[in-house]
Design a protein around this ligand. Structure first.
Ligand code: ARG
Length: 581
């Protein structure tokens, strides 16, 4: 049987093949493979019980006949437990050959390639122009980037699209304020977007003060939307300035995009959306607006999905509808993933339901649509995080503070280092800590932002994982060897710690698979943390530099494999590592 690098899949195949040989079992049998409790085995097939129940068979007998049909193999032992579970206990030799097969970094990556690569659009970050990116955008940016890397690692073709909020009613007020204050957009100074934000605030209070100002702001918007040359060029300038300031954050974080189409890109495609949905009878007029109801849904039967406002203007929903059609047509998207906060869940549910109806009628294959949503970042007072004066925390300030704090740690530990090296390490540790603090939480939960926790060297933190990687580097420095020049390993893991570590490394493909299935990076974090912990007990209890060369080679080999997996896993999370810490 063909070996599969993902052990869960491998044993699934083993059981399925045995099942095919049994007459009493038909296609409806599923192995239901799980990781087993270490005390009893490594993997467990739970499928005999439900199948036997459905078909009036004795589950233990069924499990027994399955075991008899499993090809005999000296790499593992099978046993039957409970009402008919089949346990597989892998022998140390099996883990050794698996680890050899893992190979170096390049080979490890090859093992992770998907058999069915897809064309995936990842829609993440999506800040709004004329506003500074604040901490609310951090999660979308960080989670999105990590998902992009995760999917690309498996050979999917990932299109990264930054769907900027660059088209909306706020531009009327902003243009009005720019003109009334007689500001030149070429002279906004060092932080142009902060000035634009102030101007918007000023404009907002002007329009609240007088109906005449409000009307003038409206006119500015109408002019922009009908292509007035001066307003369009101001708008373009605002967009460029904003994108320039976002780029600084992206550059610092190592985040990149293939496109930043934004809402404005679709402004000429909205008419098409209205007419198709009207023709198909999917939308109706309701108090002057064009809306979609979904009678089959408890709430959306009454809660409208507004696709054209009563004043005739398009909105967020309209551009999102046009965007899906574009991504399908131009990019042949097979899967579209949106990363935004949880408050937009209704929007995306309604959007997806609407698009599915639309595409069915046109006989278009609808891409898989996923909303990857997340909770809020809380301050230590358990409320949405704010600065002392109650303003939203700016992302750039937060990242700079992370680096500053990490710098103090580095300086304390290694005061003799050159300034440049201190700065380099501080950046890797500080940014890694912020990223990991975010990614290591189940994204659907709110989490409390705490500098002390995220920078701690102990616990489930980036510095802890980075430290494990650095420690392995230092082991190899001491031996004077590199992982690639290790002699052939000829003995299998024997001690408890060696066996546990080998076993944990071999679960890496499973962790990648699970993370991808749920699009939840914390699953990968949990795995990496457990691996680092396992490594740490191994290292604290077993000397690597023992006299017996065979034992030494095996232990160095385990160190090298641990490092490959830790580094690769961290790179998926967008976290760099250091050779010394
Ligand atoms: N601009 C939006 C926001 O700030 C995010 C855009 C998400 N993408 C989308 N296609 N709707 O919340």
């Amino acid at each position: 049987m063909e070996f599969s690098f993902n052990l869960l899949q491998y044993f699934e195949k083993v059981v399925s093949q045995a099942a095919e040989k049994l007459e009493s079992v038909d296609d409806s049998f599923e192995p239901q493979m799980r990781m087993a409790d270490e005390r009893f085995g490594d993997f467990q097939a739970n499928g005999a019980l439900p199948f036997a129940k459905r078909n009036g068979l004795n589950p233990r007998e069924l499990a027994q006949s399955l075991v008899e049909k499993i090809e005999s193999n000296d790499s593992w032992e099978t046993s039957i437990a409970g009402p008919g579970f089949i346990n597989f206990k892998l022998k140390p030799e099996f883990f050794l050959s698996w680890l050899k097969e893992l190979g170096n970094l390049d080979k490890t990556k090859k093992h992770l390639l998907s058999e069915s690569p897809r064309q995936i659009v990842l829609d993440f970050s999506g800040p709004n122009t004329a506003k500074q990116m604040h901490v609310g955008h951090i999660r979308s940016t960080i989670i999105g980037e990590s998902l992009a890397r995760l999917l690309a690692l498996q050979g999917h073709s990932v299109i990264r699209d930054n769907h900027l909020g660059d088209w909306g009613t706020q531009f009327g007020i902003l243009l009005y304020a720019i003109k009334r204050a007689e500001v030149s957009l070429d002279e906004l100074g060092e932080e142009p977007v902060a000035v634009l934000e102030d101007l918007y605030r000023q404009g907002n209070s002007w329009v609240k003060e007088s109906p005449q100002s409000l009307e003038e702001a409206r006119q500015e918007l109408v002019k922009l939307q009908s292509g007035d040359e001066q307003n369009c060029s101001l708008w373009q300038k605002i967009r460029d300035l904003s994108l320039g300031s976002f780029e600084q954050v992206y550059k610092l974080l190592g985040v990149r995009f293939d496109y930043a189409h934004g809402e404005s890109f679709y402004r000429d495609q909205v008419e098409q959306v209205y007419s198709v949905l009207q023709k198909q009878g999917i939308c109706t007029e309701d108090q002057g607006a064009l809306v979609v109801f979904h009678p089959e849904h408890k709430r959306f039967a009454k809660q409208p999905f507004i696709i054209r406002k009563s004043d005739g203007a398009s909105n967020y929903a309209t551009t999102d509808l046009a965007t899906i059609a574009y991504r399908k047509k131009e990019w042949n998207a097979e899967h579209i993933i949106y990363v935004t906060d949880g408050r937009q869940r209704d929007h995306f549910d309604q959007l997806f339901m609407t698009v599915k109806k639309w595409f069915i009628q046109e006989n278009i294959d609808c891409p898989t649509l996923s909303h990857v949503w997340f909770g809020t970042i809380l301050g230590e007072d358990n409320k949405a995080i704010k600065t002392r004066d109650g303003q939203p925390v700016k992302l750039m300030d937060l990242l700079k503070e992370a680096i500053d704090r990490a710098k103090k740690m580095v300086e304390e530990k290694n005061p003799e280092l050159e300034e440049e090296e201190i700065q380099r390490r501080a950046k890797i540790i500080g940014l890694g800590a912020v990223r990991y603090a975010d990614l290591s939480q189940d994204r659907t939960l709110d989490y409390v932002f705490s500098w002390d926790k995220m920078l701690a060297l102990q616990g489930n933190t980036a510095p802890y994982l980075q430290y494990a990687v650095a420690r392995i580097h230092s082991i190899f420095r001491k031996v004077g060897k590199t992982p690639s020049e290790l002699p052939e390993v000829i003995i299998s893991p024997e001690s408890d710690n060696e066996k546990k570590l080998a076993r944990k490394i071999s679960f890496f493909p499973l962790a990648i698979e699970q993370t991808t299935k749920e699009l939840k990076p914390h699953t990968l974090c949990v795995y990496l943390y457990e691996l680092a912990t396992e490594f740490s007990s191994f290292y604290n209890q077993e000397k690597v530099m023992v006299d017996d060369q065979n034992v030494q080679n095996l232990r160095l080999f385990l160190c090298a494999k641990t490092q490959i997996v830790l580094k690769l896993g961290l790179s998926v999370l967008g976290i760099d590592t250091l050779e010394e810490m």
